[in-house]
Every structure is written in C-alpha cells, then in structure tokens.
Design a protein around this ligand. Sequence first.
Ligand code: SAH
Ligand code: SF4
Length: 379
Amino acid sequence: MAVNLLDFDLEGLAAYCESLGEKRFRAVQLFRWIHQKGASDFEQMSDLAKSLRGKLAGVAEVQGPRLLSEHRSADGTVKWLFDVGAGNAVEAVYIPEADRGTLCVSSQAGCAVGCRFCSTGHQGFSRNLSTAEIVGQLRFAERRMRQPDGERVIDNVVMMGMGEPLQNYAALLPALRTMLDDHGYGLSRRRVTVSTSGVVPMIDRLREDCPVALAVSLHAPTDTLRDGLVPLNRKYPLAELLEACRRYLDKAPRDFITFEYCMLDGVNDTPEHAAELVRLVSGQAAANRGGLHIPCKFNLIPFNPFPASGLLRSSRARVQAFALVLQDAGFVTTVRKTRGDDIDAACGQLAGEVQDRTNARERLARQRVIPISERGATA
Ligand code: SAH
Ligand code: SF4
C-alpha cells in the first residue's frame, strides 16, 4: 500500500526521505509542494529530481479525505462533509470574520466521551482520524478558499469539530506540527487551539510536545454537576483538571486558559452557578483542592439544541446575567456568536453521518440524569 505523505510532519517526512536514500533537505521541498502549493501529483513538483519523482510515484501518495458535500451559509460560513470510509463522515467548518478566517477541524469520527449536550457524543465513537485526515481538512479548506491572488485565508484553527482531540493524540501531534511549521501552514501557536473536555494526562503531554492555545470545556462549576454532563469528569475531576490547566500555563503561548461553557436552560445557567464558577477558578471552591487561581477567560456558548438531547438553550437574559457575574469578578467573558445556523454548522451540531458502533443510546441511558433537587443543591 502506498505511504500517504499527509501523515507526516516535516520531521517524519525527512525520516521517510532518508529511508528512500534521499537527503533530508528534499523533505522541505516536498513538504512545501504538498502543503503550501497543495500539489498531489509528484510530476508537478518541478524542482525535485526526476528520479525522485519517479521513485515517489511508485511508493507514495498525497491523499486527503474525500469531499462528500459543501454547504454555504448566508453568513459566509462554509461547511464541508468528508468521507472517512466505512460509512463514516466528518465535518470541517470555515468561519470568515472581518480580519481573519477560522477553520474548525474534526479529530475523530464520533466521540467516546459522550457529553449529554453534544450530538457527536450521542453518536458514540467510531474511530480515530489519521493525521492525513486531520491536516487534510485544513489543506482542502485552504485551497478551496484561497484568494485569487494566492493570499492565505485561514489564520486560526480550532480543534472544535467532531471528536476529542486529546483522545487521538498520536495523530493529532503531527497534524498540529504541520499547521505550525513555516514550511507547512505557518500558523501561530497562539492561533491554533486545542479544545478538550479534560483529558488530564494528555494536557500534560501537549504542554511538553507542542504547547498551543488551550480551551477547556468546563460547563459546570462542581463535580456533581459536571459528572452528569461530561462523563470524563468522573475519571478526571475538576481539582485534577484545574491543576493540569495551571501546569499548562507555564508553557502555553497565551497567559490564560479559555474555559468554554455551554449554557443549558435550568441546568448550569443561574447566577449562583456563575458565582460558584468564580470561586472555582479563584481557588476558593471545595472542588479546587489546591486553592489554585487560574488566569482564564470564559466563552459562553448558547446551547445548540438537537432533539435527542432533551435539553434547551438558555434565554438571552440568562446568558447576559451569567456573563455579568463573571465580568464583575474581573473575568473577560464572551458569548459565542452562533454562525452557520442555517446549515447546521454550529457547535455540537456536527453530526456527520457517523455509524454508531458503540450503541450510544444505551450508554447514554446508563448515564445519570441530573435530578432537579441536585440542581438546586449546586445552585
Ligand atoms: N471534544 C472537544 C472539542 C470538540 S467540541 C471538547 O469537548 O472540547 C467543541 C465545543 O463545542 C466544546 O466546548 C463543546 O462542549 C461544545 N458543544 C458540544 N455540543 C454543543 C452544543 N450542542 N451546543 C453548544 N456547544 C456544544
Ligand atoms: Fe466529545 Fe467534545 Fe462532544 Fe463531549 S463535547 S462528546 S468531548 S466532541
């Protein structure tokens, strides 16, 4: 089977070139052709020796995920659905803004974490994407959207599509390195964001291997509430998660963590929840054993409902009141604009057409539903 060169970061490609008896510097040329010029055909790569081109054609390929469909929203958001085989599809979303473009990238087909409010989570886990499938989403979008003058349009990548990136670390790392590489996409570390539901050991790995901007999906100020929303919390409770955030900040390219908080009507959205959240990140809550103060910003995400969730979006007034409590306590707080609503491209709506191999319905039924009395108790 041909080796897919999209699976390599530059270091990996250099090692591969050496294994073919080629000098390492050839890898830089090849990498630039693949990622900067978007070439897939070795014959196009005119500054590579003819003998190398011939050799590569026999053993290697440049193969991103196959496009299934494209949807353009009235607000300029573009969503692509990619085939990743065996009936699975994943999505990437391009979000244009006045001064920049952001691409939201998927890391898995489905997700094993199974958050209650997430439609990807409700599908269960199908499989990890390869590096080629992750970086291939950026490569595709960059080529598709590039201006006629050749200017780049994507300067932000957020790993906020389908899947938990830190549960697919082996494939994620070369993809991140390729995004950052000056011979690849040359993105700034500050503008590549890994979003995680809180895989503590892998937050530490990322800190050592490739510190990029970190967003942590918090969604609740107490373990009791978070256990029912983000099942991974039972394995890595808030105290451990916050300690990992604190450690991450030593090496992070930004001096704060972004906490994402999905606003669920009547579940986690009262002013009391907001006050508890302030205590949590200021080191004054029971769930924060170390009494750690975590420099952070909050990003409130209005819940994007889907029928199977049984949950509702918080009212605008609720979201504003919640934001005010955080802002009054001195925390920069933004409310995420919902983009691409008309094409189901908003957060947590990236359903794709993933085949469920884990019987998500049963698994979710086993998860504890938060009783009203407990909501009251945490409020
Ligand atoms: N697995 C990672 C990244 C993908 S999800 C994570 O959980 O962080 C990206 C963001 O979308 C997360 O903050 C997630 O909590 C949020 N999200 C998921 N479903 C949502 C929904 N239905 N409405 C709003 N936000 C949602
Ligand atoms: Fe997975 Fe993130 Fe969805 Fe949770 S919110 S199920 S971690 S993709």
